[in-house]
Design a protein around this ligand. Sequence first.
Ligand SMILES: [Zn+2]
Length: 270
Amino acid sequence: MSAVDFLAGIIAAGAKVSVASLAHPELVRSLLKQGLLRDAGVMGSVVCVDCEEPHAAEVVFDTDEYGHICPTLGLISRARDDIAAVDVSLPSLITSLADAFDCTRRKATPIHGNTWRVGAVHTDHGDVMIYFHPRLSDEIDARNLTDALSREVTSKWRLIITAEGRLPISGAATATLCEIASSPEDGEGLVSIVDPREIVSVPAAPKTGAPNRFGETIMALIRSRIETGTALPGRNEEAKAVLALIERDPGSDVPTLPTVKSYVTKARSG
Ligand SMILES: [Zn+2]
């Protein structure tokens, strides 16, 4: 299971989840460290399996310990680790997505309800506006999303990212989180695995256009650092080092750090 699949599953659950119920403790630790998951205290209820009939029971805090009340057996104490909960930090997720796609016009809070604007990706044919909505599985999700989008400036190209479901929406393309991003092993956030311009079918830029003007030079620089063993181990620190080298050359266009980072990722993946 990839970290992004795992994260998408928790978002799709729509509530905090019990850490003990999650199958991949190493992913939980890594995602907590990255801030994509956050500590959500303890679960509100548990299933009592201590008596004959399993039943749901509210978690209580009694003097100095957690437990649940069983009608048959009374107070049964539970270790905090057994009932600890996590949920997804949507603000961190949105920032990670915006970094992965090198977005401008970002927004740190939802535009309305549960719909977030990740930001804009520039193309020669107008900006692609990227939004996030946790689920797009039924009519209510679709209505909530279109209601939120109606409050935004109209844009020619829109991409909606969801954790689960991709109901067709008029005037927008949809994609799931797992289709567009992955989480590299180094634990430094998300990277894009597709170009949003392709998903929404923006016509290819003319060959003489601005996009990719840094590409070849930067890739050559990054590859030579790998070959000569001067590349730094972390993607972030390597991207910063490469950016510093580019900035030293007064004549060159200076890309953003996420752009350099995406080239580092590309060079390392072969
Ligand atoms: Zn019971």
